[in-house]
Ligand binder design. Structure first.
Ligand code: ZN
Length: 443
């Protein structure tokens, strides 16, 4: 029974030796055994034999089922695995080494540092997750920590320091991309901006159609909009990259801007408040509207983002640090006007518009800068079915916009035609059913 190779493990070897000694013990009267002094051990032998045989049988079974863990491996500490991971980061020049070290020192080490690798299993990790959530850590933060732990085990396994990688569950993250509007959010924000005024509704639509910068939109004058031709022109020198551009309007935009330009002189600003004063800074209004529709929130300036679960009561008191804040002291976290640029880039790309054309429309001068804005994800690879869905949504949105416009002002359908020679004409790719080409008859 002891014919296996035993050189891989000392404990197995000991068992084997014990067993061979035991075999001799069973023949206590054999001459050689007598000489070796085994006879005197006979009283002790029965328990010893039993234990040793059991151990040997267990070891052999472990070897056979590949669950055998050498003693050295059983003793590996998590802190040793962490050191290896940090060294690995350093060797490979990983820029996130600072984050890793902070995650280890602040959170993982206090919980796992004194434990052996073999102790870590799903339930222990779950306990860690619960502790961290009670501290107010966001799921995304906890996931980064768990990922580091997993990586420690992966490296440990490779270095034969751990026998297996335990199951480490990951949490669901709220991965709505920052600064990017989905169709439902667009609709909600459209309704909320319309409540503030025509100017904000129109500026919002302009922002997420062409991705223009806030200053470019605010500086827009009535003479730059040619309602007959259905175009908007930005003069050279008024844009950030200094070049002029001209774009064709979509139908919702045309309806809204027609309202904005009503009864105004060519030199008047397009965006004016109820009292006809030009809109300058509207950051506060914007933040308020975004908070209303859940695209932004006010947070404690000291606790955020370390404690993302802190809440503020009606008096502005933070649930985490218990400090009372005045409204204007609170930090705004959420969608910015500039983020509409991202939405525009993505929508235009999804509509099949060529990259050069999108860059021209939004005024992105270099592809590298543009690429930071144009979000591409799996869902962007659209199938014919999603194309159909978008078209249907667009139709619905247009109907809603028209309805809003009719409610907002006296919808007299006449426009200004002050268009002059354009520096460059950019045609927006036809989106759904909107007749964007100036030559196309509007039905
Ligand atoms: Zn606080």
């Amino acid at each position: 029974m002891c014919s296996v190779d035993v050189d891989f493990d000392r404990s197995l070897e000991i068992s084997w030796r014990t067993d061979s000694a035991l075999r001799r013990l069973h023949q206590p009267n054999h001459e050689s055994n007598k000489a070796a002094g085994f006879i005197s051990l006979s009283a002790l032998s029965s328990t010893l034999a039993c234990n040793a045989k059991k151990l040997l049988r267990q070891r052999l079974a472990e070897v056979r089922t590949k669950t055998f863990i050498p003693l050295k491996t059983q003793k590996t500490m998590i802190s040793e695995l962490a050191e290896d991971l940090i060294r690995d980061y350093r060797t490979n020049g990983m820029r996130s080494i600072g984050d890793l070290e902070a995650r280890w020192e602040k959170h993982l080490k206090p919980f796992f540092g004194e434990r052996r690798a073999g102790e870590v299993d799903g339930s222990l990790v779950t306990k860690y997750i619960n502790d961290r959530q009670e501290e107010g850590a966001a799921n995304a933060t906890i996931n980064r920590e768990l990922a580091a732990l997993k990586r420690m085990f992966t490296l440990g396994k490779r270095a034969k320091k751990v026998a297996a990688i335990p199951f480490i569950p990951m949490l669901k993250e709220n991965n709505r991309r920052k600064g990017f509007l989905r169709s439902k959010e667009h609709d909600a924000l459209a309704t909320a901006t319309a409540k503030v005024g025509l100017w904000l509704r129109a500026m919002f639509e302009l922002g997420c159609t062409f991705g223009w910068r806030k200053a470019e939109m605010l500086g827009l004058k009535v003479k730059q909009i040619d309602l007959l031709a259905g175009t908007i022109r930005l003069e050279p020198g008024t844009t950030k990259n200094g070049e002029g551009r001209e774009v064709s309007m979509t139908l919702p935009l045309k309806v809204l801007l027609t309202q904005c330009c009503l009864k105004k002189a060519p030199e008047d600003p397009v965006f004016t408040r109820e009292d006809k004063s030009p809109v300058r800074d509207f950051r506060k209004t914007w933040e308020k509207v975004c908070c209303e529709v859940g695209l932004g929130e006010r947070v404690c300036p000291t606790c955020y983002p370390e404690l993302q679960k802190q809440t503020l009561d009606a008096d502005g008191q933070c649930s985490a640090c218990e400090r009372k804040w005045k409204r204007q002291q609170l930090k705004y976290v959420g969608l910015l006007v500039h983020d509409l640029r991202r939405t525009a880039a993505r929508n235009l790309r999804n509509s099949g518009t060529a990259e050069e054309v999108i860059m021209e429309i939004g005024g992105w001068k270099t592809p590298s800068v543009f690429k930071r804005y144009a979000i591409v994800d799996q869902t962007d690879i659209r199938t014919a079915m999603t194309r159909l869905e978008v078209k249907q949504e667009r139709d619905r949105a247009e109907a809603a916009v028209q309805e809003q416009a009719e409610n907002l002002g006296t919808a007299k359908q006449f426009g200004h035609s002050l268009g002059t020679a354009a520096p460059k004409t950019v045609q927006v790719a036809p989106r759904a059913s909107a007749p964007t080409a100036p030559t196309a008859p509007v039905n």
